[in-house]
Ligand binder design. Structure first.
Ligand SMILES: NC(=O)c1ccc[n+]([C@@H]2O[C@H](COP(=O)([O-])OP(=O)(O)OC[C@H]3O[C@@H](n4cnc5c(N)ncnc54)[C@H](O)[C@@H]3O)[C@@H](O)[C@H]2O)c1
Length: 403
């Protein structure tokens, strides 16, 4: 067990007179591993910051195909770290630096498969951002490659580390407070997809589609909560408001901005998911009903008032037992470090895996299942029919994963 850290005091101006020789509570742990970040855009920089905040691994080097991204990442890094960074000029040298212990792939979705293939030649542990790929055949190939890989691949489905879901899983699955789970409702209301390098996320061919790109997180959570195989998916959605006048080199944006998805699971659990991407602020809700109670989680992030996020969990048991409503927001330094603290706990899981310890982090096969639901939902939206998951998997050469 590592000692307590009090980052509030560690970072406060009034504590700067404490010299390195006297630092105990304010001292970062010795970092054990050196990381290379491939793709230093929005999430690559978040990983650089979070790894440094955690301190168990250091950022050794960076590589990005756009010079501006490397320049900005290096500049921002210098605001919180005095370490120097290796800057690689190509992917192969970034992946094969003998000094580096692990690679984090943080490039756009359509580049994951190709970059992962190069990265795997190094034999190093790999963190691969979500979604693992843009289509099911590449995702299947990644699962197969991982099965024969001597090291490990962790997928960046870190929403499972958001405070409200950690608590909800504990209530529903460890304490079984709400009895047998019967229904799961999730929703995300948020602003449009942000600007990106090359605007890759405005096109389905680069992102895999909105439900793959964004909602793989939620389908991963719903799959874990349902605890069974999805058998039927029905979805309706489209592009109502966002990027209707957007084009790049004459190609119009084709991404959906809202959807309703219904999923039936083999154990009788029924789930639904709602997405709306033309709201002004971020709200995420999950309501799980069992035969003994109801669990309600909410995360609110009001960017316009520039308030920190809040995460709450309510347990409603009626006459079955004690009900409660709890604020579960992570400690402020951690909450503000990225994705309301989820990325911080994802890094703990990654470094634990580097230490050879078991972790609850997302595996490639879980990444694939999140994509199966997302892809079936997108197919349902296109065909306006319910999708039988078994038949869908058969058509996509995925029958071997049926269980
Ligand atoms: N886990 C999460 O919550 C989360 C959040 C945001 C983004 N993501 C994922 O992270 C990835 C990157 O998203 P982002 O928001 O940082 O995008 P971004 O556009 O901000 O950054 C991507 C970076 O990758 C670089 N890049 C593009 N092609 C490259 C290549 N072939 N080799 C090296 N560098 C290349 C770009 O120049 C850019 O700097 C995507 O897969 C996205 O889905 C995950």
């Amino acid at each position: 067990m590592s000692k307590q850290r009090l980052r509030f005091f560690e970072k406060s101006v009034g504590q700067r007179h404490i010299t390195d020789a006297d630092k105990y509570l304010y001292k970062a742990p010795e970092s054990t591993y050196k990381l290379v970040i491939i793709g230093t855009g929005t999430i690559g920089q978040e990983h650089m910051y979070v790894a440094t905040l955690l301190g168990r691994a250091s950022i050794h080097g960076i590589y990005d195909s756009q010079k501006e991204s490397m320049d900005v990442a290096e500049h921002n890094f210098s605001n919180y770290s005095d370490q120097s960074l290796m800057r690689y000029s190509d992917l192969v040298s970034a992946c094969n630096d003998p000094e580096a212990d692990a690679l984090m792939i943080c490039t756009p979705n359509h580049t994951h498969f190709e970059i992962l293939n190069v990265a795997m030649q190094s034999g190093k542990p790999i963190f691969l951002e979500k979604p693992m790929a843009t289509d099911l055949s590449d995702a299947d190939a990644i699962v197969k490659a991982n099965d024969n890989y001597a090291s490990f691949i962790q997928i960046g489905l870190q929403y499972r580390y958001k405070a409200q879901y950690v608590e909800a899983f504990h209530e529903a699955q460890t304490r079984t407070s709400i009895g047998a789970i019967k229904t799961i409702s999730m929703s995300e209301h948020r602003p449009p997809f942000l600007d990106k390098v090359g605007q890759w996320n405005k096109f389905n061919k680069n992102s895999g589609g909105t439900l793959v790109e964004k909602c793989c997180h939620y389908f991963d959570l719903i799959n874990q909560m349902a605890g069974a195989m999805p058998v039927r998916v029905y979805a309706s959605g489209g592009q109502a408001v966002n990027f209707l006048d957007f084009d790049k080199d004459g190609a119009p944006a084709d991404i959906d901005d809202h959807a309703f998805v219904v999923i039936d699971y083999a154990n009788g659990v029924r789930a639904n998911f709602t997405l709306n991407m033309f709201c002004h602020d971020f709200t995420e809700d999950m309501i799980v009903c069992g035969d003994k109670g109801r669990l309600v989680t909410q995360e609110v992030f009001n960017i316009h008032q520039q308030q920190p996020s809040t995460a709450t969990v309510a347990l409603e048991l009626g006459e079955w037992g004690a009900s409660k409503q709890t604020d579960v927001t992570y400690a402020r330094e951690i909450e503000q470090s990225g994705h309301h603290g989820a990325t911080y706990y994802e890094h703990i899981a990654f470094v634990d895996q580097l230490d050879g310890k078991a972790s609850q982090s997302a595996t490639p096969v879980q990444g694939l299942w999140s994509m199966i639901v997302a892809s079936a939902a997108q197919y349902s939206m296109k065909t306006e029919q319910a999708v039988d998951v078994k038949a869908f998997m058969h058509d996509n050469n995925l029958s071997k994963y049926l269980r």
